[in-house]
Design a protein around this ligand. Structure first.
Ligand code: FES
Length: 126
């Protein structure tokens, strides 16, 4: 999304997940389950995971892979990422805060009202 679309909104980054020097359980799950290698994709995947777990506290593997469809990882092959998200869900699902009311989440979060939904998976030419 363009930064102007977040005007007056609260923005949380991956760095903002940790509190008091302690990793957020999602971050810890990625460390514990080897959900990252180079880390290039990790901030986006962590925030996607937070949004997913707010909407779907106990996602199945298909829901996790669907939520990740907008994130590219060139390192892990996604299996460790999926396992990290499953571990995070088990740890925090009972306690996670729901998304604020009216806060759009998911692949169409920045879409104008009434806009045609984007395809679930990006089409990569070639
Ligand atoms: S961990 Fe390297 S791109 Fe995902």
């Amino acid at each position: 999304m363009l930064a102007v679309h977040a005007d007056a909104a609260e923005v949380t980054t991956a760095e903002g997940l940790a509190e008091g020097g302690r990793l957020h359980p999602i971050q810890q799950a990625f460390v514990d389950r080897h959900g990252l290698q180079c880390g290039f994709c990790t901030p986006g995947i962590l925030m996607t995971t937070l949004a997913l777990l707010r909407e779907t506290p106990s996602p199945d593997e298909r829901q996790i892979r669907e939520a990740l469809s907008g994130n590219l990882c060139r390192c892990t092959g996604y299996q460790f990422i999926v396992e990290s998200i499953q571990a995070a869900a088990e740890m925090i699902a009972p306690t996670i805060e729901p998304a604020p009311v009216g806060m759009p989440v998911g692949p169409d979060a920045d879409a104008e009202p009434g806009a045609t939904p984007r395809p679930a998976k990006p089409e990569w030419g070639g």
